[in-house]
Every structure is written in structure tokens, then in C-alpha cells.
Write a protein that binds this ligand. Structure first.
Ligand SMILES: [Cu+2]
Length: 102
């Protein structure tokens, strides 16, 4: 039996979430990291710390975007960056980290 889901080729979605960071360097790093396969647009606002992402829901899940951003050292409201990656960030990028949820 051959079953194929009838999904459209692309499903454009937008998500916004908080990403911790400080400066213009963080902005470049965060936006670059967020642009994984399936992401068409990423913009981080240095004042509000909100990352806006346009993505194709058929190619990528929001969790993946959180993970990609955390992988370069920036905590998101869902995924925490590894301490060793955070420590390697430039001095001016050492943002105040959110408290660890136990
Ligand atoms: Cu920075």
C-alpha cells in the first residue's frame, strides 16, 4: 500500500520568541544561527530581545530553531545554551542569563 500525505509544498509560518543577548554582535550571531534550512527570514531586536522567524513548517520545526540559536551560545525562552558555549562568547556578549529552571 502506498500512502502519501497531501501536504502543500510549503507552509509559511511565523514564530516569535525571546532570545537572550546584548549587542549588535549578538544580533548577527543569532540571526545567522536561526537561518537553518527551511527558515526564510530571521530578525532579532536588540531592545525587545525578540527573534522573529519566518519558516516553512513542512521543512523545520520551531524547536529546531531554538536549538540552533542555543547552539551558538544564546539562551532562548525554551532552550538553554551550554555553559561552555556561552563562556566562549565575546566579552560584550555575556548577557545576564535567565535563572535555571529546576
Ligand atoms: Cu553581543
Amino acid at each position: 500500500m502506498f500512502v502519501q500525505a497531501q501536504t502543500p509544498a510549503t507552509e509559511a509560518m511565523t514564530t516569535k520568541f525571546k532570545v537572550y543577548g546584548n549587542c549588535g554582535m549578538c544580533e548577527k550571531r543569532i540571526e545567522k544561527a536561526a537561518k537553518i534550512d527551511g527558515v526564510t527570514f530571521a530578525d532579532w531586536d536588540v531592545d525587545s530581545k525578540i527573534l522573529t522567524v519566518h519558516f516553512d513548517a513542512n521543512k523545520v520545526k520551531p524547536t529546531k530553531i531554538h536549538q540552533a540559536v542555543a547552539a551558538v551560545g544564546h539562551d532562548t525562552d525554551k532552550v538553554r545554551a551550554e555553559d561552555k558555549v556561552y563562556k566562549k562568547l565575546h566579552e560584550c556578549c555575556h548577557y545576564d542569563r535567565p535563572a535555571v529552571k529546576q
